[in-house]
Design a protein around this ligand. Structure first.
Ligand code: PLP
Length: 362
């Protein structure tokens, strides 16, 4: 009988949601709204769509494995040397490359109790252990994370803001942490929701890249740029760290349509600002309405909101489905009374509020 390596046996597979068409068929409903995967409800940028169309006639060719044009444009935009950038098939790929580059069996990675689920997966897949820092108020506690660093620690992972909690680490907390962490420990800061944050106390981790620490900032085209289906993310770090990661990266890990779409999306400032506005207004609407019906939520700095039903959320989740609203249970994170709701278009947010009122009888 075939058997996977011993680390793989202990991994719990990620359970993806069903395709929306399949759910509609099963439940006999139409026009369901999907507020389950923190996607951009406005859709992709029109400029990106045009670039994708143009790219199609060349898909018989392998993509540019170095993402030359995208790398230079993004480097220029971010004000960093192009050699500090590495691309991935989604930012998840970059996170995976970090684990495979810097960890092996017996090593440790420190991460929060409700950290993004990909961190423990990539850690355990290489045989390392995930050392967990509690998050009693659903926020990363960098002092506690620091206290869990041992000589076996190779990587510290955290998303800022974090998924699924929506919470963020502030500048003073990050600076306290960075002053103390030894420089041989990789600090992966996942900023997938960077563009949505509008807070003076939110730290841009790129400002600390030249401190002499081993910071890897990870960002994505899946959220505000609306290209989740094309899979394109990137890491920014020192030339040295990035050069190690390139050895592990698959040579053609980002596809040609994605590279061209991302190049175009970077120029679509109007799409980005509309996306941020729709999100900000959607979050305001959702929080106002949730307060009216006394459903507790965690204040969010992202494009989703975590609500606490204070009871088994699955019956509510199922009833919402029947009302045509797909949200995300997060029991796989150990959040056993919560649901995560992505911010949608105004009419989608209204539909969710209407549905939850009906389901909760409020
Ligand atoms: C914390 C975090 N990182 C990264 C991602 C996005 O991953 P990718 O760039 O692979 O689409 C998500 C998306 O849900 C996320 O929540």
């Amino acid at each position: 009988m075939i058997s996977p390596n011993e680390y793989v046996k202990d991994l719990i597979p990620y359970i993806p949601g069903k395709p929306i068409e399949e759910l509609e068929r099963e439940l006999g409903i139409r026009g369901a709204v999907k507020l389950a995967s923190n996607e951009n409800p406005l859709g992709p940028s029109a400029l990106a769509l045009r670039a994708i169309e143009k790219s199609l006639t060349s898909i018989n060719r392998y993509p540019d494995g170095d993402a030359f044009y995208l790398k230079h444009k993004l480097a220029d935009r971010l004000g960093v040397n192009p050699e500090k950038l590495i691309f991935g098939n989604g930012s998840n790929d970059v996170i995976d490359i970090v684990a495979r580059t810097f960890m092996k069996a017996g090593d440790e990675a420190v991460m929060g109790e409700y950290a993004f689920i990909v961190f423990p997966i990539v850690t355990k897949a290489v045989g390392a252990s995930a050392v967990i820092s509690p998050m009693p108020n659903l926020t990363h506690d960098l002092k506690d994370i620091y206290s869990r660093i041992t000589p076996r620690t190779k990587v510290v992972f955290f998303a800022n803001p974090n998924n699924p909690t929506g919470t963020m680490v502030k500048t003073d907390e990050l600076e306290w942490f960075l002053e103390r962490v030894p420089e041989n420990i990789v600090i992966l800061i996942d900023e997938a929701y960077f563009e949505y944050v509008d807070e003076p106390e939110y730290p841009n981790s790129l400002n600390y890249l030249d401190l002499g620490k081993s910071i890897i900032t990870v960002r994505t085209f899946s959220k505000v740029y609306g290209l989740a289906g094309l899979r394109l993310g990137f890491g920014i770090s020192t030339e040295d760290i990035v050069s190690h990661m390139h050895r592990v990266r698959q040579p053609f890990n980002t596809n040609s349509s994605a590279q061209l779409a991302a190049l175009a999306a970077l120029d679509d400032h109007d799409h980005v600002s509309r996306s941020r506005l729709v999100n900000r207004e959607g979050l305001l609407y959702l929080t106002r309405e949730l307060r009216k019906i006394d459903v507790p939520y965690t204040p969010s700095f992202t494009n989703f909101i975590l609500i606490d039903l204070k009871r088994n959320p699955f019956p509510v989740y199922d009833s919402l489905l029947r009302e045509g609203v797909i949200v995300r249970p997060v029991a796989n994170y150990g959040l056993n009374t919560h649901l995560r709701v992505s911010v949608g278009l105004p009419e989608e947010n209204e539909r969710f509020i209407w549905a939850i009122k009906r389901v909760l009888g409020s």
